[in-house]
Design a protein around this ligand. Structure first.
Ligand code: ARG
Length: 579
């Protein structure tokens, strides 16, 4: 659609110069960004609103539209076959030959790469996502950062960027003092070997409860002992270090299982522990630049001039903390990867933390602070049904996926009992359903997760999209050939709509990157499915009697297969060949 938009914009731009003179010419660039898709295609396929021009040209929008129309009619922009006005709008109709010949041929040629870009070539993007806090449960709150982060990585790669996915593990901090203490008091190595992270979590829950109970009696014995264990760890005590390392390995093994289900890998697992000895250099620089002040014993950067609370750099006892480690990490990444963007995906609850430390880096005089982006998202709650959990009031991602997979197995058993790879398919559909449901809304919206809605094959869901994908595959398989893009001069309305929808893929990937919004792709996948299913109901494909039309429809089906498949991949969703 880009090329066509450009043709139209250039024609309008030239004509503004012809009618109103070179000095008042409106640039093609400004016009491209103003082009709209009319809500009702009977009005046309693309529209240009003239309202913003009335100031410049000192006349009403309908008059401007009429004057432009007169000129445009003399020579229609390439790819259009008609232009008309409706009030202050100019409406363009796309030529059937352009849709079926030009656009479909390009889709045929590029296949799944039709929506790709190359503006990221030679540039690097670092993406910090997932980043669970080790030894605490990997719960549903981390689903957002994991799938939004990974989709953004895939989208940037699709635009040519070199991407570095970093799992900034929460693997340092006083919680490890608590865990070490709990292990010394009640730990059982066999139980940990057997139950992995669950055992660690229950130790952690237990020590926290006991600390709380002590607190209620005005005591701090356990809290002090935990802090002492962490200090020992920070000072390099070998025993504590070995325990810490063991706990991290156990947690990672557990996360790996979830990442594998999601098809996610990371390029780096450098977490907070990697930065605690790199923070002192930052502190020294802050001091040297007179940015550090002491407040009640702690070192802070005052941000009151920017309407923010101070950024805490060192605690009273001189130990580093979350923000100081994040500043050290940003410097490390800048030096290591020389990024063009460094993207952090976390819940909106951490927005202030990011705004604060981005500001500190800016105040240190580094202009690359403007290349740091925080991508926040809303909260998730679980509606409908209770999901089993062994760890108190949190929902583990693992349990959520297991429930979805189990339910899918039941549905598949009923719908298609003879399918091969039943388990693999149930996993792809179950996990895909959860991800799709999660990524369907704007990322800032809070989500109430309802499993049956996510699994509804007739809703705007992952299973519906995967099912449509499988359907296109089986049509092509049965037909035995992939067809051929051909010029068809009498396209039906559903054929036109489907090609137009496919043609938007590059625009959608661009928007998704600009807005850092994977939901643009999930929604687009549904648009494709709806347009395809209308076409499928109305038009015989492999059974079409006209050979040319049959070839064209098969090529169109192939285009849907490739583009829908890639769109799903870009949002971390697998697409089995059969469901
Ligand atoms: N571990 C943190 C959490 O679970 C998220 C870390 C995000 N990344 C960062 N560089 N601060 O809340």
């Amino acid at each position: 659609m880009n090329k066509l938009k450009l043709n139209i914009a250039e024609a309008i731009s030239e004509n503004t110069a012809v009618i109103w003179g070179e000095a008042l010419k409106i640039s093609a660039e400004d016009i491209v960004s103003a082009l709209e898709f009319p809500p009702d295609t009977s009005m046309g396929d693309l529209a240009f609103p003239c309202f913003k021009l009335s100031r410049t040209f000192r006349m009403g929008p309908p008059v401007i539209a009429a004057k432009l129309l007169e000129k445009l009619k003399e020579k229609l922009p390439e790819g259009t076959c008609e232009v008309r006005t409706a009030g202050g709008y100019l409406n363009f109709v796309i030529d059937n030959a352009y849709l079926s010949g030009k656009i479909l041929s390009e889709i045929e040629e590029k296949g799944a790469n039709f929506g790709a870009h190359d503006f990221g070539k030679g540039k690097t993007v670092v993406l910090d996502y997932s980043s669970p806090n080790t030894a605490k449960p990997f719960h549903i709150g981390h689903l957002g950062t994991t799938v939004i982060g990974h989709s953004l990585k895939l989208l940037h790669e699709y635009a040519g960027y070199t991407c570095v996915g970093v799992n900034h593990l929460g693997d340092w901090g006083t919680q490890f003092g608590k865990l070490i203490l709990a292990y010394r008091k009640w730990g059982n190595p066999e139980a940990i070997d057997q139950n992995g992270v669950d055992e660690l979590v229950s130790l952690y829950v237990r020590i926290n409860n006991e600390i709380k109970a002590e607190e209620e009696q005005g005591l701090t014995t356990l809290a002090d002992a935990s802090r002492a264990e962490f200090t020992k760890l920070e000072q390099g005590n070998e025993e504590n270090y070995a325990l810490w390392k063991w706990f991290i390995d156990i947690s990672l093994a557990e996360y790996e299982k979830t990442y594998k289900q999601l098809g996610i890998t990371f390029d780096s697992y450098k977490g907070e522990s990697f930065y605690y000895d790199k923070a002192p250099a930052i502190v020294a620089e802050l001091k040297e630049k007179n940015l550090l002040t002491i407040d009640d014993g702690a070192s802070i950067v005052d941000l009151s001039a920017y309407n923010m609370p101070p950024c805490l750099i060192l605690k009273k006892d001189g130990s580093t903390i979350y923000p100081s480690r994040d500043i050290a990490a940003a410097f490390y990444r800048k030096n290591t990867y020389d990024f063009d963007k460094c993207i952090y995906v976390t819940s909106a609850g951490q927005s202030l933390h990011f705004a604060q430390f981005f500001k500190v880096i800016e105040l240190m005089g580094y202009d690359w602070a403007s290349k740091l982006y925080h991508v926040p998202y809303g909260t998730v709650s679980i509606g409908g049904e209770k999901l089993a959990t062994r760890t108190g009031n949190v929902i583990l991602l693992r349990d959520l996926f297991a429930t979805a997979i189990e339910k899918c197995k039941g549905i598949i058993e009923e719908k298609n009992p003879n399918i091969e790879n039943k388990d693999e398919t149930a996993e792809a559909v179950g996990v895909g359903a959860v991800i799709f449901y999660y990524l369907y809304g704007n990322r800032m919206r809070d989500i109430n997760f309802v499993m049956d809605d996510a699994l509804d094959f007739n809703g705007n869901t992952g299973p519906y999209a995967q099912y449509t994908y499988a359907r296109t595959g089986s049509i092509l398989e049965k037909a035995g050939d992939a067809g051929k893009a051909t010029v068809i001069s009498d396209l039906t309305a559903t054929e036109r709509e489907l090609i137009k929808t496919l043609s938007l893929f590059p625009d959608k990937t661009l928007d998704a990157i600009d807005e850092m919004e994977p939901s643009i792709i999930t929604r687009y996948a549904i648009d494709i499915c709806n347009a395809f299913n209308r076409f499928y109901q109305e038009c015989p494909i492999a059974t079409c009697e006209d050979a040319e039309r049959r070839a064209f429809r098969l090529a169109l089906t192939k285009g849907v297969h490739e583009i829908l498949g890639r769109a799903l991949e870009l949002v971390c969703i697998k697409h089995p060949d059969k469901i």
